[in-house]
Ligand binder design. Structure first.
Ligand code: SF4
Length: 305
C-alpha cells in the first residue's frame, strides 16, 4: 500500500440532508465493473484495490477534516472512485467509523457486485444504510452494460442480495440505472421485477444517465422511467431524473385516495405533480389519518393508512 491523497467532500444528495463522502480510492479509478454509463473515465477492471489510504489515515482525516469542521452531518458516505467494497480493510474501517460518527448515519454506495461474499456481508452489517446497484439480471445484460471483472460471478449477485437482506435489518436501498436498448428491454424489466420482489429492499431508486458517460450510450426519457416504475410493481420506487417534468395538476381528496390506492407516491412525485390546492387536500387527508407518511431511508412516501 502506498501513500494516497485523501479526498473528502460533499456527496450530491437531496435525500440524506448534509452528507459528506469518504473516498476509499482517491487517486484513480479502481473498480471491478466497467459500466458503459460510468461518469468516470473508462478503466481496466480490477479484482482488488492496490493503492488506498490506511484505516488510520482515513479515521484521522474524518476526525480532523470532517467532524471538527462540520457541526451537523446527517450522513457519512463511504464511496470511491470505483467500488468501495474492494477496500481490503472495510470491516475495520466501518468499526472505527462507528466509534466516532456520533449521531451521523453511515451509508455505503456499492455496485453490489461483491454482495455474495461472506466477508463483504459481514463488513456491511454494521452500516446504517446500504445502497447497492442492480442494473441487470441476465448474463447477457451484465456482459454488455456493467462489464464485470472476471473475478465476479454475476449469477450469484441476486441470491447474495436476498441472503444479505435476510440478515440485514437496517436500510437497504437498490439502485437501477436504465440505459437505452440495454436494460430497458421487457425481458430484463421482468427479471428485475422478480428479483426486487425477492430481495425486498426498503426502497428502489430508478434513474438514467444524466452526466457524460464513459462510452457512447443514451439515457431513456422520464416517461419511460415512469412506465418502468409501474412495471416493477414495487410499492417504494423513487424516480430520480434531472429533467423531471412539472405538471402541477389538481387532485381532489377522492382522486388522491384513488391514486394512492394504486401505489404509494414519493415526496418527489407529489412535489412535481400536485398543485398548491392538491397539496392542501393531501395535508387534510394526513390530519384525518386517511393517509400516512413513511420516511423510507430518507425519502418520504405517502400511502393509504
Ligand atoms: S460501478 Fe460505478 S465506478 Fe464502477 S464502472 Fe460502474 S459506474 Fe463506474
Amino acid at each position: 500500500m502506498s501513500k494516497t491523497n485523501l479526498t473528502f467532500g460533499p456527496v450530491p444528495s437531496r435525500r440524506f440532508g448534509v452528507s459528506l463522502g469518504i473516498d476509499l480510492s482517491p487517486d484513480f479509478k479502481q473498480c471491478n465493473y466497467d459500466c458503459l454509463y460510468c461518469e468516470l473515465k473508462a478503466a481496466k477492471t480490477v479484482s482488488k484495490m492496490t493503492k488506498y489510504p490506511s484505516v488510520k489515515e482515513l479515521i484521522d482525516a474524518v476526525k480532523n477534516k470532517i467532524l471538527s469542521t462540520h457541526t451537523k452531518i446527517d450522513v457519512l458516505t463511504i464511496t470511491a472512485n470505483g467500488e468501495p467494497t474492494l477496500y481490503p480493510d472495510l470491516k475495520e474501517l466501518v468499526t472505527e467509523l462507528n466509534k466516532i460518527k456520533g449521531d451521523s448515519k453511515l451509508l455505503i454506495l456499492s455496485n453490489g457486485s461483491t454482495i455474495y461474499k461472506q466477508d463483504i456481508q459481514d463488513a456491511l452489517m454494521d452500516i446504517d444504510i446500504v445502497k447497492l446497484s442492480l442494473d441487470c439480471i441476465s448474463k447477457e445484460c451484465f456482459t454488455k452494460l456493467d462489464r464485470a471483472d472476471k473475478s465476479i460471478d454475476t449469477d450469484k449477485i441476486v441470491s447474495g442480495m436476498i441472503e444479505f437482506r435476510d440478515k440485514f435489518k437496517k436500510d437497504l436501498i437498490l439502485e437501477i440505472l436504465f440505459v437505452d436498448t440495454l436494460n430497458n428491454k421487457e425481458k430484463e424489466i421482468l427479471f428485475l421485477k422478480e428479483a426486487i420482489a425477492q430481495i425486498k429492499p426498503n426502497r428502489v431508486d430508478i434513474g438514467t444517465i444524466d452526466r457524460p458517460p464513459a462510452y457512447k450510450v443514451n439515457p431513456i426519457s422520464f416517461d419511460e422511467l415512469e412506465q418502468i416504475s409501474h412495471k416493477l410493481e414495487y410499492p417504494y420506487i423513487n424516480i430520480a431524473h434531472k429533467n423531471r417534468p412539472e405538471f402541477q395538476e389538481y387532485y381532489s381528496k377522492d382522486s388522491i385516495i384513488t391514486l394512492l390506492n394504486r401505489r404509494p407516491l414519493s415526496e418527489h412525485d407529489i412535489q412535481h405533480t400536485f398543485d398548491k390546492e392538491s397539496k392542501t387536500n393531501l395535508e387534510t387527508l394526513i390530519s384525518d389519518k386517511k393517509i400516512e407518511v413513511i420516511n423510507n431511508s430518507g425519502v418520504k412516501f405517502y400511502k393509504i393508512c
